[in-house]
Design a protein around this ligand. Structure first.
Ligand SMILES: NC(=O)c1ccc[n+]([C@@H]2O[C@H](COP(=O)([O-])OP(=O)(O)OC[C@H]3O[C@@H](n4cnc5c(N)ncnc54)[C@H](O)[C@@H]3O)[C@@H](O)[C@H]2O)c1
Ligand SMILES: O=P(O)(O)OC[C@H]1O[C@H](O[C@H]2[C@H](O)[C@@H](O)[C@@H](O)O[C@@H]2CO)[C@H](O)[C@@H](O)[C@@H]1O
Ligand SMILES: [Mn+2]
Length: 447
């Protein structure tokens, strides 16, 4: 696919992450030359605020760039090489309900985990498949790099419904955690580390960490995790402001207790929702959840900055910053376009990569990426504890996708009752009935 320049569509043009990613594309222009950027969203009004501000920024900083924005799928997906997708079906209003409804019943209320993640999954499947179909119709050779959440459920839906599509599902949480581990070891960032990892998305473990010279960094990292979790591994570089929010600080600290359950591996932060659900509920405010924090924080900040750019007609001094972590998206796009053969953590069909686990699971494992796609790096057998957890959680995710495809109330109830975040089938049913009512404009009808 190597070309002298590439055309990129950002799906979810009105996302709070869009300015950071758009700026990052400009910043990385030398190694990933992009000459055309299209924003696509199904909410014209929301997208226009972000797009008009980015248009001004591009005119000032890259006048040669062909930039446009649209809600028309044909315009958005014709003649492109990559789709970077980060849609949130139902936006923050529905995230707030995903978080608050389970909390009402004393259960974890989280964007991608437990009942909230299941509800969000039931909304996202249709939205992501729709965008994938547009891409295949108008640009059949393009690749879609999807980070719309909940990535685990979206990935399973793509495996079932579009098994041959050129979509790769990714997550930046492990990148962020590796950045923190690098800081713990006095190194710069994740690029200085070599790693082994297995699991599902937002549900996995690092098993090996080396530096570029092949030195084992696990003893140092384990010592740090046992004392502080991921705290003090936090970099103070620009572009990571959301991690200063109280809730993220708690999550990074709580990783200490998650680590204590299995001191042989380094856990993904999201495991706290499955291993300490009672603690999570006790420390949640059912009237003010992460969705409120994001609406009062990141959303206000990004949209406020965009409005200011539009009003003043200049992006100078607007505080726009390239998203530091999003460079991994460019790394991945480069690997596909330029056949670099680099290693990435991707969400892919297992097929033996974790040898004692469901072959049809969508696992998160390291892969080598080139112009023909990816090849998995075998992670061998997982220990009994992880095996038990993975089997439970993968069944939850598979049942959600089956419920969506079949329109099955029964299967969604089973999914909820199987989640480690929900104590009984009775509570699962109460939550489900509330979620159905809240999601009636988004979910398929369940019978
Ligand atoms: N995988 C990761 O590691 C990672 C990291 C950060 C964010 N995310 C995900 O990125 C997404 C965006 O997050 P955000 O907080 O910026 O949300 P946001 O609500 O600010 O933006 C999402 C945008 O998607 C649009 N949208 C919704 N449904 C759509 C559809 N069917 N077609 C086209 N556009 C649609 C909305 O109108 C909105 O403008 C979320 O799914 C979030 O979970 C993933
Ligand atoms: O609560 P939010 O909306 O702030 O974040 C939820 C997302 O958290 C993770 O992504 C982080 C990422 O780890 C970090 O490096 C940086 O880029 O910010 C991201 C957003 O905060 C997680 O991986 C995502 O899937 C979540 O959507
Ligand atoms: Mn993620």
């Amino acid at each position: 696919m190597a070309k002298s320049s590439y055309a990129v569509t950002i799906a979810g043009g009105g996302s709070t992450f869009t300015p950071g990613i758009a700026l990052m594309l400009l910043k990385e222009h030398d190694r990933f030359p992009v000459d055309k950027v299209i924003f696509y969203d199904n909410d014209a009004e929301r997208q226009e605020i972000v797009a008009k501000a980015c248009e001004i920024y591009f005119k000032e900083n890259a006048p040669e760039l062909d930039f446009s924005y649209t809600t028309d799928p044909e315009e958005a997906f014709t003649g492109i090489d990559f789709v970077l997708a980060h849609i949130r079906v139902g936006k923050y209003a529905m995230r707030e309900l995903d978080e608050k409804i389970p909390l009402k019943y004393g259960c974890v209320g989280q964007e991608t985990c437990g009942a909230g993640g299941i509800a969000y999954g039931m909304r996202s499947i249709g939205g992501v498949i729709e965008i994938l179909d547009y891409m295949e119709k108008y640009s059949p050779d393009a690749w879609m790099l999807n980070y719309s959440n909940p990535a685990a459920i979206v990935a399973e839906a793509c495996r079932v419904l579009r098994p041959n599509s050129k979509i790769i599902n990714i997550c930046d949480m492990p990148i962020d955690l590796m950045d923190k581990m690098a800081v713990m070891c006095g190194l710069n960032d994740h690029r200085d580390l070599q790693y082994s990892y297995y699991g599902l998305n937002h549900y996995g473990w690092f098993t090996k960490i080396f530096d570029k010279q092949g030195n084992d960094l696990m003893p140092q990292i384990k010592e740090h995790m046992a004392k502080n979790g991921y705290l003090d591994g936090i970099s103070h570089e620009e572009g990571q402001e959301q991690h200063i929010d109280e809730s993220w600080v708690h999550t990074f600290g709580k990783a200490k207790d998650v680590y204590a359950i299995d001191p042989e591996t380094i856990p993904n932060t999201y495991l706290k929702y499955y291993t300490f659900p009672d603690y999570v509920v006790e420390t949640s405010n059912p009237d003010y959840t992460r969705a409120n924090e994001v609406m009062d924080g990141r959303e206000k900040k990004v949209f406020g900055a965009c409005r200011k750019v539009i009003e003043t007609g200049t992006a100078e001094g607007a505080g726009f910053e390239a998203d530091a972590h999003a460079t991994y998206i460019v790394d991945l796009a480069c690997a596909l376009a330029e056949n670099t053969g680099e290693r990435f953590l991707l969400i892919v069909p297992n097929d033996g990569a974790v040898s004692n686990f469901d072959e049809t699971a969508m696992v998160e494992v390291p892969c080598i990426v080139g112009s023909n796609g990816y090849e998995k790096i075998c992670q061998g057998k997982v220990p009994q504890w992880q095996k038990g957890m993975l089997e439970q959680q993968v069944s939850v995710e598979k049942l959600v996708v089956q419920a969506w495809v079949e329109g099955s109330y029964q299967k969604l109830w089973q999914a909820l009752s199987l989640s480690a975040t929900i104590p009984s089938a009775k509570v699962a049913k109460q939550i489900l009935d509330d979620l159905i009512e809240a999601n009636k404009d988004y979910w398929p009808e369940l019978k």
